[in-house]
Ligand binder design. Structure first.
Ligand SMILES: Cc1cc2nc3c(=O)[nH]c(=O)nc-3n(C[C@H](O)[C@H](O)[C@H](O)COP(=O)(O)OP(=O)(O)OC[C@H]3O[C@@H](n4cnc5c(N)ncnc54)[C@H](O)[C@@H]3O)c2cc1C
Length: 489
């Protein structure tokens, strides 16, 4: 067994190595993390041209300056390789007494939960996709069915070790000299710095989760039930340790309320032939192990595995179990985007062009039914994931200013819809952005956005962001938030 001191010393040595690599990064070459997985939905295909151009420009500049071809080649290779952060992809320590964990910034929630569950502990919020990393969820925001009780992943972080854009390594906490960075890191998407390690709180779990699926025939009734759960912590006599829901349409919605349980009279399994999202329509209740509960959405990437045919019984039987994972499907989508396969097929068959509408938005529960009605009429995609949330603390986070105390519903929709004649890509996404603004909601930035720069920085607190950017990345070595999230670089 490796002792705590050795772990800390090894970590420090890795931090020093990364700082050196960062300092040696060729100026003008955009910094990228070399990560095995990603859950971003801003594919680099559209940005590919820009990326190649930037790289070529940087390479040419380097060549011109030194007159040496090798420098340019090295810069291009560096860009392609990215900054090696593989040393920060594991759990450093779990402290069962204090219920805390010290975790590398690039650790996936699959590995994180794998380390905490043997201690009957879990992070306060566990995003549903196994390869979302702790650092990714904190800098890019996260949410899950404990978010009504526990807020968002960044709200249970007590300390972050951050490699800032200007090359320093700082420890940021709620109340030290880097408190501004600590509060401004969520929703900065790695444009202020990279979290190398984080200390987080954990909460105790029971071995099982007892789920009940409640049907609603109107969005209004469903939103009222969410308000009731937020006020009382239970629904229909069932304790709400976990709450989320699925809308198949404005008149067919289900809320799934989960309570920790020490016993399970039976256990359902949604990693085999049965498909979780279909079951909420059919079954009134379920018992799952805590592990199966946490990953219930990952097996079929919510419902997004549908286009690959793996929800058809025969193909499902043949599709190896180890490939029933969100990261496998995401890689397939990335390949499709890169080579434009579906688009070419649609073209060949004279089908209308389709637009990817992949977004998560937060709307106050009182206006949730308005949003669902708009969505059904204007976008018409189904199902829609519903996840209620409320900030855990009583202060807003500057770059994603949800109001403390208010109950929001996160609506998640991930798919493609046909474009009406004469409309171009972005049409539906812009409608969504406008409606979210009209309803005074918020939109996550992991996918495509179409805001103008002025509007973007009005919505995402450009003033506070500018102060932090100057303080921690004065020379702009990292991209700006708008460049990264809207221009897709
Ligand atoms: C279909 C779909 C469904 C989703 N559903 C959910 C959901 O239900 N719940 C939820 O919580 N989220 C959800 N997300 C969003 C997801 O949590 C965010 O995209 C998150 O940022 C992904 O984290 P990642 O670790 O995969 O990071 P990546 O995709 O690798 O990176 C995301 C961004 O964060 C930066 N970054 C990564 N690691 C660090 C770090 N250590 N320090 C600083 N910056 C870093 C990267 O530079 C990049 O800009 C969903 C996304 C999709 C596509």
């Amino acid at each position: 067994m490796v002792d705590a001191r050795t772990i800390a010393e090894t970590h420090e040595a890795e931090v020093a190595r990364l700082c050196e690599a960062y300092a040696a990064w060729p100026p003008g070459v955009p910094v990228r993390l070399a990560k095995r997985t990603s859950n971003l939905f801003r594919f680099r295909d559209t940005a590919n041209g820009a990326k190649t151009a930037t790289t070529a420009k940087a390479a040419k500049a380097a060549e011109g300056a030194s007159g040496a071809n090798t420098v340019a080649k090295a810069a291009a290779a560096q860009q392609a390789a990215g900054l090696d952060v593989s040393a920060f992809g594991h759990v450093l320590r779990v402290d069962p007494e204090r219920r805390t964990a010290w975790v590398g910034g690039m650790t996936t929630y699959e590995d994180l939960c794998g380390a905490t569950l043997p201690h009957q502990l879990m992070p306060l919020v566990v995003p549903q996709l196994k390869t979302i990393t702790l650092g990714g969820a904190v800098t890019g925001l996260g949410i899950e069915s404990t978010s009504l009780r526990n807020g968002m992943p960044h709200e249970s972080v007590t300390e972050m070790e951050i490699l800032t854009g200007d090359g320093r390594v700082v420890r940021a906490t709620e109340d030290n000299e880097h408190a501004g960075l600590f509060r401004g890191f969520p929703n900065s998407y790695g444009t202020l710095g990279y979290s190398l390690s984080l200390t987080i709180e954990l909460e105790p779990v029971r071995p099982y989760v007892h789920l009940r699926h409640f049907p609603f025939s109107s969005a209004e009734a469903c939103m009222e039930a969410i308000s009731q759960i937020a006020a009382e912590g239970r629904y229909g006599g069932h304790k709400a340790d976990f709450t989320d829901g699925t809308a198949f349409g404005p008149d067919e919605l289900y809320l799934t309320v989960g309570a920790f349980s020490d016993v399970a009279p039976w256990r359902s399994d949604y990693t085999g032939q049965q498909i979780y999202y279909q079951s909420v329509r059919r079954d009134k209740e379920d018992f799952l192990t805590i592990r199966d509960y946490l990953w219930r959405w990952d097996t079929d990437w919510f419902w997004c595995s549908r286009p690959f045919g793996v929800q058809r019984p025969l193909i499902r039987r043949l599709w190896p179990r180890r490939y029933r994972r969100s990261d496998v499907y995401r890689r397939l989508v990335a390949l499709d985007r890169r080579y434009g396969l579906s688009a070419r097929l649609d073209d060949k068959r004279h089908r209308p062009q389709r637009e990817a509408v992949i977004q998560d938005v937060e709307i106050q529960v009182e206006r949730g039914a308005d949003f669902l009605r708009f969505f059904a009429a204007s976008v018409g995609m189904s199902p829609v994931w519903m996840c209620p949330l409320r900030l855990r603390g009583d202060r807003a986070w500057p770059l994603y200013p949800l109001q403390p105390g208010d109950v929001y519903v996160n609506f998640g929709f991930w798919g493609t819809v046909p474009l009406p004649a004469g409309r171009t890509d972005g049409y539906h996404n812009r409608l969504v952005e406008d409606e979210v603004a009209r309803l005074d909601g918020h939109k996550s930035l992991y996918s495509t956005s179409f805001y103008s720069e002025d509007e973007f920085y009005r919505r995402y607190n450009g003033e506070a962001y500018g102060v932090l950017k100057r303080e921690y990345d004065g020379e702009g070595r990292l991209l700006g938030l708008y460049e990264k999230c809207v221009r897709g670089r």
